[in-house]
Ligand binder design. Structure first.
Ligand code: FAD
Length: 360
């Protein structure tokens, strides 16, 4: 197999459970399974862990491309976030939140405590991947799984380059439902029709890096951190250097687009989208303001960013199919960081219960 090894050498015997996707759901699931003594092979088509909690290193600054911050409601997730805090990969942010529109900015208090990864959002998933592998998991990066085959010996996975790996007794798919759909289609009608009932919305995310700090805004705290924008194109502005651990970086903003606007501009060129999001940012700043010189600008298209409003999620927040196939991920539970973790964590607990918690 020509897949890139990430942190460890492969175990000499084949791992028993395959997990497709190393976003938060896949990592949470793998963590529970490996702690119970199961061997796990984790696959992701990307070069590292993170999925929609990815961050992008630019020459001057690091920008978060997906989730900027998250909330905590569930007790199990709260305990996990405490462990992340102890490990130093998460911190409270933002404490200074605004509603932004061209006629003025107002402070926004909704009573919620929010967290972000420190020093970048991807620090959380990297921490989980690093602590996972010594427990008996192997992580294959740059490995897109294109097909599953149910053989007499167990599940075999076909990689994009034609390699076939396995057998595995269990396959957990954490890819967003429109991507999971093609993997389960010939194998499990129930999981396939569930994927069909979980359509996803697309979202553009842009970034701009500046040579010098943004100018002070009249009536707005100089250390404002995040703003919800009231603009047809722009939904959220996050100031990356106000996030814990990034104070020494130059000024940069992550710009999350409105979902309707993203849908209408889905096939536009990245550069054109980046410029339009920057123009939107300028228009929600109280005029007249002179912006600092831009040193870097870009945009990333999330084709599957969050569940559509009519998504029909399973009550459990995950789905166990036939012959050892299962689905989890935020889209099966609610569409947020907390949902992703809970979906993966609770699926793993259910699988352990099914297996009598015994390692194979
Ligand atoms: C722009 C944006 C803003 C957001 N803002 C917030 C927010 O403010 N608060 C909040 O709580 N949440 C937010 N979210 C949602 C949050 O990021 C997600 O809920 C969470 O990251 C989903 O994790 P997951 O593991 O379920 O899925 P993902 O992170 O999507 O992980 C799935 C993984 O599967 C991999 N994969 C897919 N197909 C294959 C294949 N065939 N083979 C191998 N690997 C494959 C992908 O590369 C990916 O890494 C936001 C998301 C986006 C995109």
């Amino acid at each position: 197999m020509s897949a890139t090894q990430f942190f460890t050498d492969p175990p000499t015997d084949a791992p028993a459970i395959a997990v497709i996707g190393a976003g938060l759901a896949g990592l949470a699931c793998s963590n529970v399974l490996t702690q119970a003594g199961h061997r796990v092979a984790l696959f992701d088509k990307a070069r590292g862990p993170g999925g929609r909690m990815s961050s992008k290193r630019r020459p001057e600054a690091t920008v978060d491309l997906g989730a900027q911050a998250f909330t905590v409601r569930d007790d199990d997730f709260a305990a996990e976030v405490e462990r992340w805090r102890a490990a130093g990969c998460v911190a409270e942010w933002p404490n200074s939140l605004y509603q932004a529109n061209p006629s003025g900015w107002q402070t926004h208090h909704d009573g919620q405590t929010r967290y972000t990864g420190a020093p970048r959002m991807s620090a959380i998933t990297r921490h989980l991947a690093e602590t996972l592998t010594p427990q008996g998991a192997t992580f294959y990066t740059s490995t897109r799984i294109t097909a599953l085959t149910n053989t007499a010996a167990g599940w075999e996975l076909t990689c994009e380059n034609g390699d076939v790996v396995g057998p595995y007794t269990q396959v957990v798919i954490t890819a967003p439902p429109p991507q999971a759909e093609s993997l389960v289609q010939p194998l499990d009608n129930t999981l396939f029709s569930l994927c069909k009932r979980l359509p996803q919305q697309s979202c553009w995310a842009g970034w701009v890096v500046f040579e010098t700090p943004l100018p002070a805004l009249p009536g707005v705290a100089s250390d404002w951190q995040m703003a919800r924008a009231q603009h047809p194109a722009l939904r959220l502005i996050a100031r990356n250097r106000t996030k814990p651990g990034r104070e020494a970086e130059p000024e940069s903003v992550s710009l999350i687009a409105q979902l309707d606007w993203s849908k209408a501009h889905l096939e536009d060129e990245n550069d054109a989208v980046a410029q339009q999001l920057f123009d939107a940012l300028k228009s929600v700043f109280p005029a007249p303001l002179t912006f600092p010189k831009v040193t870097d600008i870009g945009a990333h298209r999330w084709r599957y960013s969050q569940p559509a409003e009519d998504a029909d999620m399973p009550a459990e927040g995950f789905a166990i199919g036939r012959d050892g196939l299962a689905l989890c991920g935020d889209s099966l539970r609610g569409g947020r960081v907390e949902d992703a973790w809970l979906s993966g964590y609770r699926l793993a607990q259910a699988l352990l219960e099914e297996k009598g918690s015994s390692p194979r």
